[in-house]
Structures are given as structure tokens and as C-alpha cells.
Design a protein around this ligand. Sequence first.
Ligand code: SF4
Length: 393
Amino acid sequence: MGKNIYVHIPFCERKCPYCDFYSITDRTSSSAYVDALIKEARAFAESGVVFEPNGSDDTLYIGGGTPSSIDAGDIARLVETLREIYSLSSDAEITIEVNPSSLTAGKAAIYKDAGINRVSMGVQSLDDDVLKTLGRLHDSEGARRAIGILQEVFDNISCDLMSGIPGQTLGSLLSGAEELMSRGIKHVSCYSLSLEEGTVFEKKYIDNIEESVPPETEREMYHKVREVLAQGGLLPYEISNSAVPGFESRHNLNYWAGGNYYAFGAAAAGYLQDMRFTHPASVADYIKAADDLTPGRIKEYFDNRTFQSDLIVTTDIMTEEEKMKEYPFLALRTNAGMNTSRFKDMFGKDIHDVFGDAIARNIERGLLVQDGDRIFLTEKGFDLADMVIRDMI
Ligand code: SF4
């Protein structure tokens, strides 16, 4: 029975021009924010609301924002408290996201001592021109230095890369992936740049076709980087993720399997007892809401299933039909795809009785394949994943 916990640390050293995640650059309240996280975690633990069994292992994911941009001592007391109050197992996967510009050897040692055993670093590229375009605070040497620091302490390291960046070439992306592998990195997430609403990049590139990477080049980058990573032993296991077998993100696999997880922190979204819920996207509001929190109020929220508060600002109760529709949306992201037996166990129905026409249509189009219990996207299907998923739901 796994407990899966996400914690959002919404602080960054500087806002990247392409990013629409909730984060702020004023870090003066970061210790008070960690106090609030601990208050929420304690109240939740004492509320008696149980994590439903997931069948997966315990995982804790400290994401952001940039968790490495705040005091490492605050991260350590947060992780140690969560491990203790949720009795996380000794082999729990405990991940922290870091950036090269704020990582130091001292911080890495503190993370390790606190029980963190997996690090995900936002490298994005090992090409200085691309890093400049992205407005990152580190250059390629900074990324190499940070990888070296992590490797002194951790074995389980993931690096993020980005593709489809204006001015980026296929060669630049592939040589970045090859270098990460040659340095012994066992997990790579490669995300295609998307122009998110309200970002500096959206304004700059939305109508700027000359500078943007053409969609066919971006797709070529996507497939080639997966191919190169696979040749190096990092097998694709999700739309954007490749890993040496055994180094997949257990936390994210639970998420894609539709499992439960609690989420603490500003803008954090969780899923428990068929409810999706979100916390306020404001550090100040979150700290204030955590102040008034009691275990009784958390219990009341889960018992009544209609309760809104300063802490839980939206609640969406999933019906059986909505959960069924969400299944392909999450499962088709993974290379394992949908599983007919799991679907039957979850919903008591044959997947073909629910999605039969859409499955047949997309197999016919060469976008899906059924192999025994598994129904999964082909490589061509991954390009058109949104269309296939829309067709299913
Ligand atoms: S460091 Fe990450 S979370 Fe922070 S602004 Fe940049 S991309 Fe967004």
C-alpha cells in the first residue's frame, strides 16, 4: 500500500520566459512557507483521512518552482518531518527538483542526509546559445559542474532536456542527450517547448514563424532523441521520459496509473477518494490558510465532499464515467499503455465495450496497437496522442 505525496516549492531565482508554473522570485517567506507545509502535513496526518491503497511503493516528490533555490535546512526538516509522520518506508523514492544555478555540494549533502535518494535537474540543454535563448541562469559548464556535484552523492539522477527551442538544431539536442548518457545519467525527460499563454515566449514567438522551429523539425527532434536515448539503454517509458530499466520515476508512474496522491503547498493539486482538489496559487494565501487549519477541518472536507475553504480552493468529484474517460488520457502517455485487465479490475467493464469503436479506428489508422492485455500508442501515435485521446473520450 503506497503513500504518494507531492510537495510544491513555488520559489525560483528568476522567472524563465517560457514558464507558466506558479512560482515567485521573492524568497523571503520561504521558511514561513515550509512551516505552513509542515502544519498542513501534520493536520492531514492527524485527521485520520487515509491514503487509499495504490498498490505502489511510497514516494515523496519535492517539486517546483526550484526547491534548490531555498534554504537546504528547510528542505531537510520538511523531508524528515514527512518521512516521520507518514512512516515512509525505508525504500521510499524521495525526489527533489534542482537547478544547476542554485545547487551546491553542501546542499546535495544535506538532501542526502535528510533521506532524499533521487534528484531531477533542469539542465534543458548543454548548448550555451540555447540556454541563453531560454533565459536560464546557468551555462553548459554550470550544468556539467552540477552533474558532477550530484554524482558525488546520488546514483538516481534525472536530467531534463528541452526540444523545439528557437535556434536549436537537431545536432545540438542529440549531442546533449549523448553527453548526459556518457556521464552516466540514467533518466532523461525531454519536453517539447510549448508556448504557454501569458508567457514572454508566447508574445515573442506566437506569430514569429521565422524564428520558431517548424513542427516537422520539432517532431523529428522528438523521435530522434528517444531513439538515441534508447540506443544508449534509456528506454522510453512515457511520452517525455526515458530511463535505464529500474530507474523510471515511481512517483510519476503512480500518477499515470490514476493512483491517489496527496499534494501539499501553494497551487498543488492532489487526487484522493475520487476528488481532485487544488490549493491556492498564492504563497501568502497558503501560509494564512495553513494557520487556521485543524485536523478536524481536513476530516470535515473529506467527510462532506463539498467543503471549500481557504486551503482547498477547488474540488472536483470524479464520477465513475469521468474516471473511465480519464483512464486512456493518463495510461496512453506511457509506453505500457492501457491494460485491459486493469481496466476490468478498476471499472468492472470490458474496455472494448466502452472504447471499442475508437480503439478499432485508431488501430486501423496505425496509431494504436493491441498486444495481449496492452493497448498502446505506436511511434506515429505519440505524435498524434492528443487526437487519439480526444477520439477515445
Ligand atoms: S526555474 Fe523552472 S519553475 Fe522556475 S521559472 Fe524557470 S522553468 Fe519555471
